[in-house]
Design a protein around this ligand. Structure first.
Ligand code: NDP
Length: 251
């Protein structure tokens, strides 16, 4: 795989949402290692600045934003294009869980997850397409979940959002295929982050018994898959779901 991708007119510019910690922070680092300028998006500015320090202020910038606020998110994308005159890579990674059995799930628990995990991707993709079309190149990677394929007890909201991301991504892939803009989903299994640290101990232990590799994945292992799909070498891959789950859902 060609590591240092180049583009006429300077470094390719990437936006990564949910880049303040966990999987998103590792994705941002992996893209910066490929020579991209990375715009780090999440709510917590302090944590974003800590990630920026690790990457280097010359290789990254910070845009604090709540992605469930569609107008604010579209403004962030527009500002990136104004500042850098381009946008090449978009990684929609920001995500939350609000777990509850469907019987007890509130409207707010459903809506929060749909707004943050699914609608945000639609808004960001829509805002990113024109600059990508102008650049005649683009990579969109949406972070799904194995739950989007399998469903999960207690996660009707989350699984619906992640399944929705697959439909969104495949539709977008078809619309943009002729424009050299690819769109793919990376679907993680259980990965060691704050999100899975919140799970009850019994569930955490159960993960090891159902995952054939008998371990949690590391955020870097998702980041490598994203970096590949964002590379020049992945130009003929579009509309795919790349599952990275230690064998959890192989059939
Ligand atoms: P974390 O909880 O560790 O991190 C979530 C990230 O999303 C943070 O950077 C957080 O930043 C950001 N975020 C959350 N809500 C918002 C919001 N409203 N606006 C902007 N940013 C937001 O999660 P992971 O790193 O584990 O998960 C990353 C992605 O991977 C998610 O989409 C998740 O669904 C998916 N995934 C994770 C799995 C796992 O096992 N960990 C498994 C399958 C999928 P801040 O709080 O600063 O806003």
């Amino acid at each position: 795989m060609g590591n240092k991708d180049s583009a006429a007119g300077g470094a390719r510019v990437a936006v990564v949402t949910g880049a303040s910690r966990g999987i998103g922070a590792q994705i941002a680092k992996a893209l910066a290692d490929q020579g991209r300028h990375v715009v780090l998006v999440a709510r917590n500015r302090e944590r974003l600045e800590a990630v920026q320090q690790e990457i280097g202020a010359d290789k990254s910038s910070v845009a604090a934003c709540d992605v469930s606020d569609g107008e604010a998110l579209a403004q962030v994308i527009d500002q990136v294009v104004t500042d850098h005159k381009r946008l090449d890579i978009l990684v929609n990674n920001a995500g939350i869980t609000r777990d509850n059995l469907l019987l007890r799930m509130t409207d707010a628990e459903f809506d929060d997850v749909i707004l943050t995990n699914l609608r945000s991707a639609f808004i960001a993709c829509r805002a990113a397409l024109r600059p990508m079309m102008r650049g005649k190149w683009g990579r969109i990677i949406n972070i799904g979940s194995v739950a989007g394929n399998t469903g999960n007890s207690g996660q009707a909201n989350y699984a619906a959002a992640k399944a929705g991301l697959i439909g969104l991504t495949k539709s977008l892939a078809k619309e943009m295929a002729a424009k050299k803009i690819t769109a793919n989903v990376v679907a993680p299994g259980f990965i060691e982050t704050d999100m899975t640290a919140e799970l009850p101990e019994q569930v955490r232990a159960g993960v090891l018994t159902v995952t054939p590799m008998r371990r949690y994945g590391q955020p870097q292992e998702i980041a490598s898959a994203v970096a590949y799909l964002a590379s020049e070498d992945a130009g003929f891959i579009t509309g795919q779901v790349l599952t990275v789950d230690g064998g959890l859902t192989m059939s």
